[in-house]
Design a protein around this ligand. Structure first.
Ligand SMILES: Nc1ncnc2c1ncn2[C@@H]1O[C@H](COP(=O)(O)OP(=O)(O)OP(=O)(O)O)[C@@H](O)[C@H]1O
Ligand SMILES: [Mg+2]
Length: 374
């Protein structure tokens, strides 16, 4: 009875393997085929000779991939480890996920490997299509935003140059008006130049190799670059830079990110305002917080701070924060903001050690400085 039962189960197993929409082969430790199901044979078998007893790549040469099969099967069998090879382009423009799993006999000893070959061409095609659609959508949006940012100053330049020409032709504009109109043209050209330069900064690819460096040193360097404006506004700068571990960084880019946020703080601060920079090390990341006790940002505007071209400033490009955010993401980190309108704002940077990733978490720990502290 037991024998009939196990015979029945073996037959059932084989029926199931044959019915699968998946290629399956049982191999011995030397990658010789012990069994191959029909779907695998239909797709990959070459010639009329049955696959059982033949080396895997002789029976199924198109499974060769860029891969040492004998070694892999040996490893799966000896070490008892499952090996996964995703998205192998095997047959013409078709992709397959391959898995080699060690098989144990009743005694528990690993004696052979089970190969599965799954056709994932449709999923790959769909992924590629979605990716290309997403890319086109992002490019279209980006193109629209850039065109909008460039069209405004161009229109203004066009109108003002027309005014100048009209004024010169009719002699109707006095010298002062001509001068003012020319000044507007110059200002708009400068703005165009900034939009283009900042946009290039935004789109610049990330550095391939990062170096170990100090976040504190970059904060000090970025502050030095703002010295004249800090002095002019009599801003007091409080530093509490405790971070001691180096971070994997592209120093120029990272300094640019800190500079952009510090510049915003300096711009928003009234005379004698306070700018505070704090840094400390957590288990997996260095945390830098830049706080000001300026006007702050309400919750609705906070949602838009990192949007391309979002600005509330005359002459601002609205690229300062998107550039900073992008640079931090290139470093595997992320930014967060906390603000209380009327009290100020804190921008936090979370940067991973060892070039890893810091999982996003809540906002900055520092509460914006209250107006009384000014
Ligand atoms: N510390 C801050 N306090 C209050 N508002 C801020 C602060 N930092 C940024 N903002 C708001 O976020 C907007 C976007 O900042 P972002 O740096 O991206 O562009 P911008 O400063 O307007 O222009 P640009 O950086 O090109 O000069 C600012 O216009 C301002 O409204
Ligand atoms: Mg800015």
């Amino acid at each position: 009875m037991a024998k009939t039962d196990s015979g029945f189960r073996a037959g059932l197993c084989e029926d199931v393997l044959e019915a699968l929409d998946l290629g399956v082969a049982l191999l011995d430790a030397k990658a010789t085929v012990l069994y191959a199901n029909r779907p695998l044979q239909d797709r990959f078998l070459e010639g009329d000779q049955a696959p059982a007893g033949r080396p895997l790549l002789e029976a199924f040469p198109s499974l060769s991939a860029d891969f040492d099969w004998d070694r892999a099967v040996g490893q799966a069998v000896e070490r008892g480890r499952t090996l996964r090879l995703a998205r192998q382009p095997l047959l013409e423009s078709q992709h397959f996920d391959l898995t080699l799993a060690p098989m144990r006999e009743g005694s528990g000893e690993v004696c052979s490997a089970l190969l599965t070959v799954e056709d994932v061409s449709e999923a790959v095609r769909l992924e590629a299509k979605l990716l290309s659609q997403a890319r086109t959508h992002v490019l279209a949006n980006l193109g629209e935003s850039v065109a909008h940012e460039i069209r405004n100053p161009l229109n203004s330049i066009h109108m003002n140059v027309q005014l100048l020409r009209e004024g010169m032709r009719t002699d109707e504009l006095d010298r002062e008006s001509l001068d003012r109109t020319a000044e507007i043209v110059q200002r708009e050209i400068k703005r165009l130049d900034r939009v283009v330069r900042d946009f290039v900064q935004y789109s610049r690819p990330a550095a391939k190799t990062l170096v170990q460096g100090s976040v504190n040193r970059l904060v000090r360097a970025a502050l030095d670059a703002l010295d004249a404006q800090i002095l002019e506004k009599k801003i007091s700068v409080a530093l509490d830079l405790q971070s001691a571990r180096p971070v994997a960084m592209d120093p120029d880019r990272l300094q640019r990110a800190f500079y952009n946020v510090l510049l915003n703080a300096v711009q928003v601060l009234p005379e004698k305002g306070t700018l505070t920079c704090r840094s400390h090390d957590e288990e997996r990341s260095c945390v830098l917080e830049i706080s000001d006790n300026g006007a702050g940002v309400d919750l609705v505007k906070q949602q838009r701070l990192f949007d391309l071209f979002y600005t509330t400033k005359q002459g601002g490009t609205g690229l300062g924060l998107p550039i900073a955010n992008r640079i931090i993401e290139e470093h595997g980190g992320h930014m967060a903001v906390a603000s209380e309108p009327g009290c100020g704002a804190t921008f936090a940077f979370f940067l991973p050690f060892e070039g890893g990733q810091v999982p996003p978490r809540g906002g900055p720990t520092a509460v914006p400085v209250s107006p009384d502290a000014r």
